[in-house]
Write a protein that binds this ligand. Structure first.
Ligand SMILES: Nc1ncnc2c1ncn2[C@@H]1O[C@H](COP(=O)(O)OP(=O)(O)OP(=O)(O)O)[C@@H](O)[C@H]1O
Length: 290
């Protein structure tokens, strides 16, 4: 397994002098290729600031971000972001298909290839039938699927998602969580999701990074040893899910990692690594057709 994202000693301060506000404080972590990691933290702790630094939208005050070994000092070509507010990130005057194709205009791709990639991405999110419609003709959940398709069309090395399902109803949220997990498994995507929803962080991820209150620092890095195949009802009822969500909740309320979780985390980490190795070989086999 190779490292896709490396965040080292990252700090970000807004303003200077006496009015300076430290939003992120000396964060260091890595995300391996093919992993789905989530970052959970209290409101206002600095999650969006961290994501903006990773995306190259905001230069960190200190520290560095590297994507597959290359230092990030602007928005990398092979990075895509899905934001919470789909209604502001889609162009209402462009069809769904054109919205998905839009970022590919800056790639040296022939028009036919752009169309093909957009069609493939729409198929991945189950929206092949609505390419000719406009975003405002779709439900909120469908619009967020379009945003995800647009991110996938550029085949990003890293997909960042900032509270991606916070603006949809609970049922749609579940569907989009399952869609994200399916895309990760089928495409071998590396995904980093920021959320304030404890259950979502555990259900979605291979690993949960818990942040402290402002300024954000890492309180715990918990491997999620749940089976790769998850189900919104049975997984959420399982003893392991209930234990992990309790642990994340406790940490968010200022607790320290329990020794029990630390011990089970080691076993879960081994299981997760095994699962990821399995994904990687599945994806390689799919790609090579063997
Ligand atoms: N452009 C800015 N200038 C000054 N302070 C800012 C700026 N953006 C964010 N902050 C401050 O930095 C801190 C972290 O903000 P950030 O939006 O990163 O937190 P967050 O964890 O994403 O919040 P939420 O969960 O509420 O979305 C907050 O105190 C916020 O007020």
């Amino acid at each position: 397994m190779s490292t896709m994202l490396e965040v080292s000693g990252l700090s970000h301060r807004y303003g200077t002098g006496a009015k300076a506000h430290t939003a992120v404080n000396e964060l260091s972590f890595t995300v391996e290729a093919g992993q789905l990691a989530s970052i959970v933290g209290p409101s206002g702790c600095g999650k969006s600031t961290l994501l903006r630094c990773i995306a190259g939208l905001t230069p960190p005050t200190e520290g560095a971000v590297s994507l597959h070994g290359d230092r990030v000092d602007g928005v990398p070509d092979d990075l895509a972001v899905v934001f919470q507010d789909y209604s502001r990130s889609l162009f209402p005057w462009l069809s769904v298909q054109k919205n998905v194709e839009f970022p590919l205009r800056w790639r040296s791709l022939a028009k036919a290839e752009r169309r093909k990639r957009a069609a493939e991405a729409l198929e991945q999110v189950g929206l092949s039938a609505v390419g000719g419609k406009y975003p405002w003709q779709l439900s909120g959940g469908m619009q967020q699927r379009v945003s995800i398709a647009r991110a996938l069309a550029s085949r990003p090395a890293l997909l960042l998602m900032d509270e991606p399902f916070a603006s949809v109803d609970a049922q749609t949220r579940f569907e989009l969580e399952d869609l994200t997990r399916r895309v990760q498994r089928e495409q071998g995507s590396t995904i980093l999701v920021v959320t304030h929803d404890i259950d979502e962080s555990v259900y979605l991820s291979d690993r949960v990074l818990v942040l402290s209150k402002s300024p954000a620092s890492i309180v715990a890095d918990l491997p999620v040893g749940l089976p790769a195949e998850r189900d919104q009802i049975t997984t959420r009822e399982s003893a392991e899910f209930v234990t992990l969500r309790g642990e994340v909740a406790r940490l968010l309320h200022g607790g320290t990692p329990s020794s029990e979780t630390a011990a089970s985390a080691t076993a879960a980490s081994d299981a997760a690594e095994w699962d990821l190795a399995e994904h990687a070989s599945d994806v390689t086999e799919t790609k090579t057709g063997s």
